[in-house]
Design a protein around this ligand. Sequence first.
Ligand SMILES: Cc1cc2nc3c(=O)[nH]c(=O)nc-3n(C[C@H](O)[C@H](O)[C@H](O)COP(=O)(O)OP(=O)(O)OC[C@H]3O[C@@H](n4cnc5c(N)ncnc54)[C@H](O)[C@@H]3O)c2cc1C
Length: 555
Amino acid sequence: MPIERETIPFDVLFVGGGPANLAGAIRLMQLAREKNLELEVALIEKGSEIGSHAVSGAILNPRALVELIPDFLEKGCPIENRVRADAFYYLTRDKAFPVPVVPCYMHNHGFYVVSQSRLTRWLAGIAEEMGVNIFSGFAGKEPLFSTDGTGILGVRIGDKGIGKDGTHRSNFEPGVDLTASVTVFGEGARGSLFQEIAKKLGIDSLKMPQVYETGIKEVIQLPDDHYFTRSQANDIHFMGYPLGLYTPGGGFIYEMADNRISLGFLTGLSYDDPFLDPYDMLLEFKQHPFVMDIIRDGKVIEQGARTVSNGGFFTIPRLSVDGAVFVGGSAAMQNVPGLKGIHTAMKSGMLAAEAIIHAIESNDFSQHALDRYTELFDQSWLRAEIFEGRNFAAALAKKGPAKYIHLAAQYVTAGKGIRDVMPLEADYLTLKAKDARDKSGTSDKSAVDGVLLVDKLTGVYLSRTLHREDQPSHLLVHDLNICVNQCYETYQNPCTRFCPAQVYEFHIDETTSRRELRLNPSNCLHCKTCDIKDPYRNITWTCPEGGDGPGYKLV
Ligand SMILES: Cc1cc2nc3c(=O)[nH]c(=O)nc-3n(C[C@H](O)[C@H](O)[C@H](O)COP(=O)(O)OP(=O)(O)OC[C@H]3O[C@@H](n4cnc5c(N)ncnc54)[C@H](O)[C@@H]3O)c2cc1C
């Protein structure tokens, strides 16, 4: 029997409660007030509360925030610290060399250190005060396409109370259909609904494939007398060890308030060694003597992981379709060389809001009307900023000295470089079977002490991740035969390594030699690495029941 679903109409619906959509919702309400427009606006977030799925560094360039809320400090914006000075180190296995000139993109002096989780909660409070209906714990499960299939009517919220076997439990609640004149998709990097729309409406065709980095991030509590009480630089970036110069990525340490630091390591998913484990990169980075000096006697108090869309300008999709616009990380709004996506996500949401108000005033929600967002983007500082880093990801993906020649050329030519429009390769294509060598023993696991160096499962615990166990797996592995045959034989199941939460485990029965891939979806941190890096495109990440997932408070 077909499920009866309630439909709730809004003027504008924001899908996702990250900086892009929260800034967009606030800007929309500001403009509506100025123009005396009464709007019904909703924002849904799959986390149990705003900020519970938010992971970032985070150095905040305040440019967009100043435009949105000029008195943000007076209004109590939760700032952890202000950047006093930047430092940039090149690490070898046991030495750290200061890079004499910090690239201009990474000049963060005067910017703010924030916790994205706390920042988004604060923004949500402001949005709510202005009349935005915020529904946390509601996951957009599928886009609602118009009958002719060319536009968007809204989203369907995921059902609640479905058993593992697909049957409805006594607490079954069908997901409602939320419709709107305009739906704003701000799901962050690798949005699951965005992927579906892109596939159906081709909004990313003719674009370069998106490329990603996986970031694993911790908040570490340090003793009172720590490195930053003696160091002027409180924003430190690292390149080199343990990734080397071959694969994009690196580490960061930012000083937060209350003797805490934000420490993280990002690994470019263009890596080619199937035995590479981004979590091991984090552990090795932390054990480097220079880094250890900074974090000694510390205790990891929270951990999280998330991918970042790093493709840049040539990966930006079509920004509007009939009835919908795309903002933030899903739409590649990232300053790639500057390692920043918060202010760019916010600005994209704010520009989208301006276009939406115009569409409401003219009662025209067609792609043509919403293309005003693209026009505003083209005239904005946001485009200029993203355009300057247009070839950066492609240069980073180059191997050997060519990488540095391209990067240097781009640095001195405001992004043009040696070849303008450098191609990118999708991350799922880059693993090389012939290079497979067992590196799984390289990180010193004996050093894992459960306090300063924690293993994957302790990390999951420290992320406060919870999923209702009795629900169908939200990780769809389409063909298990591929896992136990081709993938095992060619790459030895890289999902068991690239997942930072030990969701995937491979077992071989000693007596029967039967191979089996087992899943622990309840560990999932919603980072989406598996959806991106699986070499057979055999894994699809979908939203689990709303409210499930990490419970971040500080990262
Ligand atoms: C380790 C790391 C370090 C970083 N460091 C920095 C930094 O120092 N400075 C900086 O500026 N940027 C940094 N970034 C990048 C920055 O965090 C992102 O660019 C930014 O968060 C993108 O904002 P967004 O609103 O587009 O998406 P997100 O912040 O990802 O927010 C999307 C929200 O939508 C929700 N959502 C997703 N799908 C659905 C759905 N279907 N239904 C309901 N809700 C949904 C998610 O739960 C999430 O809360 C870093 C990122 C990482 C991972």
